[in-house]
Design a protein around this ligand. Structure first.
Ligand code: AMP
Length: 394
């Protein structure tokens, strides 16, 4: 099929690289020069709201998907009127607004931190009465990687933060979580569903640094298996982690149902006292699922392509533990990374720049201790990476 993608960054690149072996051709809409996806797709060089650009992508595609959720609503509607646009634009709309997202979670019976909308300093007292202190004040729209948010510890700090951030905000109670997890769910056009094991995520400065999967402490492997050829009797991913895993899948399924969802959906969760609170969702392939390129027999990218093109989904099999280390700002020596057994380098073809995600390294090994050793070696090759976030193990 011919697949259009809004956005030509690393997610579009990895979607195309995983979709080409299935026989698909890709066209991306991307205004930035020399986009990462350009190596694997035709590029329509225009902004996401450019009518000619949108028309060109619609004309070149049997189905259109997105690599980011902040697609302008009019662009999504324009495309959806001409060609199947998946996930459905309604899912984009909800995920563009933290308030709508949290309200949806609550309507579905999914726990979240307490929250309250705020549009100016006059709303702060009421909001903080609901959320308690400390609290996190976030912009409702267009926040990413920790941008547009502040932790506040007093009413005065909250008022100052609201003055600074402006209107259209949400205040959330600060969650003293044990760890951050995410679940990736996939829904197919023909009704199939698949889930990846919960992943443990570590952020620094609001940016994902390291993921461990399956989230340690949840998923003891029942049978040893060689890394690349899982035995046919290996338990399915969803059998491995009886409690939190099945709870995460149940919550994700509620969201898939509500949004008539098709494609990969990521939900970021806080684990607190054995419970899961939903923080936010991403209606797309997700950084916390990059480990699936090497740690699962079918990646999130391939399953997303399967979903939006109407192929059957693949139930992911995960033969052993894996980790993903983001490469941010500066390139490590590729040869040095490649010399670490079990390390798989993925670079995005982006120019290094402080704070910019330019690649990731996946690590696979036979047990969690071996994964940690290899992750430590990768970490030492990353310039200025600071202290390594270790797996907490629940
Ligand atoms: P977000 O943009 O909502 O994903 O937030 C970025 C990061 O800030 C999260 O991954 C958490 O580490 C932290 N964070 C966000 N919301 C809260 C909260 N309500 N309580 C504690 N930490 C939070």
């Amino acid at each position: 099929m011919k697949i259009g993608i809004l956005g030509g960054g690393q997610l579009a690149r990895m979607l195309a690289l995983e979709g080409i072996p299935l026989g698909h051709r890709f066209t991306v809409l991307e205004g930035a020069p020399d986009p990462p996806a350009g190596v694997a797709s035709a590029v329509v060089a225009a902004a996401y709201d450019d009518p000619d650009g949108l028309a060109a992508v619609a004309a070149a595609a049997d189905v259109v998907t997105y690599e980011f959720e902040n697609v302008p609503a009019d662009s999504a509607a324009y495309l959806a009127a001409r060609v199947p646009a998946l996930p459905p634009p309604g899912a984009l709309q909800v995920s563009q607004d933290r308030l709508a997202e949290k309200r949806m979670f609550r309507e579905l019976g999914i726990s979240t931190a307490p929250f309250h909308p705020v549009d100016g300093p006059e709303d702060v007292e009421e909001a903080v009465a609901v959320t308690g202190l400390p609290a996190v004040i976030k912009t409702r729209r267009l926040g990413y990687d920790g941008k547009g948010q502040e932790v506040v510890r007093s009413l005065g700090e909250a008022e100052a933060a609201v003055e600074e951030l402006g209107a259209g905000l949400i205040v959330e109670g600060f969650v003293a979580f044990e760890r951050e997890l995410s679940v990736l769910a996939v829904a197919g056009r023909e009704g199939g569903r698949a889930f990846y094991p919960l992943t443990e995520n570590h952020h620094r400065g609001g940016i994902l640094r390291v993921s461990y999967a399956p989230a340690p402490g949840l998923a003891p492997l029942r049978a040893p298996a060689p890394a690349l050829t899982p035995a046919p009797d290996l338990p399915r991913t969803s059998d491995l982690t009886p409690s939190l895993q099945s709870e995460a899948e149940r919550l994700a399924a509620l969201v898939l149902d509500r949004l008539d969802y098709i494609g990969v959906l990521a939900i970021e969760l806080f684990e607190v006292g054995g419970r899961l609170l939903a923080n936010e969702m991403a209606p797309r392939v997700h950084n916390s699922g990059h480990w699936t390129l090497d740690g699962a027999d079918v990646s999130q990218f391939e399953n997303h392509i399967r979903a939006v093109t109407g192929m059957p989904l693949a139930t992911p099999r995960v033969p052993g533990p894996a980790a993903m280390v983001n490469v941010i700002g500066e390139l490590p020596d590729p040869g040095a990374v490649a010399s670490i057994p079990g390390a798989h380098l993925h670079l995005y073809g982006k120019a290094p720049r402080p704070g910019r995600k330019i690649g990731h390294v996946n690590v696979t090994a036979r047990d969690e201790a071996a994964v940690m050793r290899a992750v430590s070696r990768v970490w030492e090759l990353l310039p200025g990476a600071g202290e390594l976030p270790m797996a907490t193990g629940g």
